[in-house]
Write a protein that binds this ligand. Structure first.
Ligand code: SF4
Ligand code: SF4
Length: 90
């Protein structure tokens, strides 16, 4: 994200980061996690799980801000997150 001016407290701001875990065999391919991720981190994979659905995969893990939306939305509890170290705003 680019700022049109530099915020006065920018050196104190940190960006949260998360590591995403996908339990592929639980997935039912609804795509909620892919469609609603605000940072476009996930995509539907080409592979099939045992139920015949395409589970999501991580497209851009560096973009994840650990908001937890995918974890909250998934109706099958197939995604969970681990908190990673926060990084400074570039
Ligand atoms: S935690 Fe938020 S930013 Fe990260 S993958 Fe899930 S919805 Fe996207
Ligand atoms: S929200 Fe859950 S069930 Fe739906 S595609 Fe994502 S991981 Fe699969």
């Amino acid at each position: 994200m680019k700022y049109w001016r530099k915020p006065l407290d920018i050196e104190y701001l940190k960006i949260p980061r998360g590591r995403i875990h996908i339990l592929k065999e639980r997935c039912k391919g609804c795509s909620f996690c892919v469609e609603y991720c605000p940072c476009d981190v996930l995509e539907i994979s080409e592979e099939f799980n045992a139920k015949g659905y395409h589970p999501p995969c991580v497209k851009d893990e560096e973009a994840c801000v650990n908001c937890g939306l995918c974890e909250m939305l998934c109706p099958e509890f197939a995604i969970y997150l681990d908190e990673e170290e926060e990084v400074p705003v570039p």
